[in-house]
Write a protein that binds this ligand. Structure first.
Ligand SMILES: C[S@@+](CC[C@H](N)C(=O)[O-])C[C@H]1O[C@@H](n2cnc3c(N)ncnc32)[C@H](O)[C@@H]1O
Length: 247
């Protein structure tokens, strides 16, 4: 356990104190930095796997695009761009989705848990754009979509996209409800060969009926032609999967 997570565990029973400390911590530690450095390694493994599978299959299809739901300061979005550049994936596009106001109010099964709170991880769109620009990310193949997913992930938005396959998807939005909305919206943008990373897979200690596992289970139930092959957990709370054809 890190010092940070020990302090978090100590403060969680006192929500106002936890909120204050968390907000002050993120404000003091400015800049574009990771909440979880292990996500970057998991992303690299995901891109490498997908590229290897295309090479083995001698696929003539384009690689597909990168989707990230939950950007905070833009760090993992930039890292995905950097990894793709290193691997020579020059045609991949990068879609980043966030409220830019932090987490929404917790509802449904997410309510009543002190781990997360409304407004947590807020970072304005302007600030994220500045971080990405100063890191050297080209915006020519990048699109940021602003808003709470429940309002921003619309059929019109989907129709406005080139409808290429979502090849690597990072779902880093903490809540079951947000994850459910994201997966439902993605629908047929994902398919066999898509790698999905859930950064909050066991944020709720894998308690049945909570968190990202519940949302993914429901998604798979609604997609009888797809199954998920586990690629394994990654620290601190993540897990990744590749979608395959078949029940
Ligand atoms: C843990 S942070 C993302 C961290 C980022 N991927 C990184 O590693 O640097 C979670 C983000 O999800 C966003 N988020 C969560 N639920 C959302 C929703 N329903 N609509 C829009 N944004 C949401 C929050 O605004 C926050 O920026």
């Amino acid at each position: 356990m890190t010092i940070k997570s020990t302090i978090e565990t100590m403060l969680r029973p006192y929500p106002p104190l936890f909120r204050l400390a968390s907000t002050a911590y993120h404000r003091l530690r400015g800049g574009m930095r990771s909440l979880n450095p292990d996500t970057v390694d998991a992303l690299a493994r995901a891109f490498e796997l997908a590229q290897r599978e295309d090479a083995v299959a001698s696929s003539a299809e384009p690689f597909g695009d990168y989707y990230e739901f939950g950007l905070f300061r833009g760090y993992t979005l930039f890292k995905a761009y950097e990894i793709a550049a290193r691997l020579g994936l020059e045609e991949a596009r990068f879609y980043g989705f966030d409220s830019f106001q932090g987490l929404p109010a917790a509802t449904g099964p997410d309510a009543g848990d002190a781990r997360f709170f409304e407004g947590q991880f807020a970072c304005s769109r302007g600030e994220v754009e500045r971080h990405l620009a100063s890191a050297g990310m080209s915006m020519a193949r990048t699109r940021l979509v602003e808003g709470f997913f429940e309002a921003s992930l619309t059929a019109d938005l989907k129709a406005s996209l080139p409808r290429r396959k979502a090849r690597i998807v990072l779902v880093d939005c903490d809540y079951y409800t947000s994850t459910r909305t994201v997966l439902h919206w993605l629908g047929n943008l994902v398919g066999p060969g898509t790698v999905l990373l859930f950064d909050d897979w066991d944020s709720y200690d894998l308690e049945p009926g909570l968190g990202q596992p519940k949302a993914f289970e429901e998604f798979l139930e609604a997609q009888p032609t797809l199954r998920a092959e586990a690629l394994g957990p990654y620290p601190r709370h993540g897990a990744s999967f590749v979608l395959r054809e078949g029940a």
